[in-house]
Design a binder for this molecule. Structure first.
Ligand code: 5GP
Length: 189
C-alpha cells in the first residue's frame, strides 16, 4: 500500500533493537482517516473469503481490527493478555513471547466468542517473529474455528515470522513490508 509506505517514511522513527515507532498514526495517536483507508485495503484482500469474525490481540491491534470489522460488517474479538498462567474457566488460552517487552504472557479468549462455525481473519499492527499471530492461531485451533488468513499493517521482513507462517500455509497480507531499516533509511520490499 503506497500510502502506508509514505506514512512510514515521513512519520515513522527507527528505534534501537529493530523497533519501528509509528505512534504518530497507528500506535498511540491514531490517524482516523488513514485507519479507514487501511481497513478498506484489508477488506479488498479478504472480501471474498466469507469472514465471520476478526480476531486481534490487545492493545495495539484493536484500532485496525475495529476499523476493518466496521468495513467488513463483522464482529471483532480481542484476546486479552494475562501475565500469569491462571486462566479463567471456559476460555481458550495460549502463550506468547513479546518481541517489544521480551517476556512471556498468556492470551485468552472466552469460549463463547470463538466457535467452530467461525471463519476468522486475524489482524495485528506488526508482524515480526510471528509469535503474536501464532498465539492467536492456536486459539482458533482450540476453538475448531477456520483460519481464513492474517492481515498486518506492517511486516518487518528482516525478521522471519512472516516467511515461516507462509511456509506453514498461512495466508498473510501486509499493507507495508519493510525489507530493512536504519536510522537514516527505510527500504520496502
Ligand atoms: P511478533 O510476535 O511477530 O514478534 O511481534 C508482533 C507484536 O510485537 C505486535 O503485536 C506488535 O505490537 C509488537 N511489535 C513487533 N515489532 C514492532 C515494532 O517494530 N514496532 C512496534 N510498535 N511494535 C512492534
Amino acid at each position: 500500500m503506497r500510502r502506508m509506505e509514505e506514512k512510514i517514511q515521513t512519520e515513522g522513527k527507527v528505534l534501537p533493537g529493530g523497533i519501528l515507532k509509528v505512534g504518530n498514526f497507528l500506535n498511540q495517536q491514531i490517524d482516523t482517516g488513514f485507519l479507514g483507508e487501511m481497513a478498506e485495503e484489508i477488506k479488498w484482500h479478504y472480501e471474498d473469503s466469507d469472514v465471520t469474525k476478526i480476531l486481534t490481540i490487545e492493545s495495539s491491534g484493536i484500532p485496525l481490527a475495529i476499523a476493518t470489522g466496521m468495513a467488513m460488517e463483522v464482529p471483532v474479538v480481542f484476546a486479552k493478555k494475562h501475565k500469569t498462567s491462571n486462566v479463567d474457566g471456559n476460555a481458550y488460552s495460549s502463550k506468547v513471547h513479546s518481541f517489544t517487552h521480551n517476556e512471556d504472557y498468556n492470551i485468552i479468549v472466552s469460549c463463547e466468542y470463538l466457535t467452530e462455525n467461525d471463519r476468522v481473519l486475524i489482524i495485528d499492527d506488526f508482524l515480526a517473529n510471528g509469535n503474536a499471530l501464532r498465539g492467536l492461531i492456536e486459539l482458533i485451533e482450540q476453538a475448531n474455528a477456520h483460519l481464513v488468513g492474517c492481515a498486518v499493517a506492517i511486516e518487518k521482513c528482516f525478521q522471519d515470522g512472516g516467511d515461516r507462517l507462509r511456509a506453514d500455509g498461512v495466508r498473510i497480507e501486509a499493507l507495508a513490508a519493510v525489507e530493512s531499516m536504519t536510522d537514516t533509511e527505510i527500504i520496502f520490499r
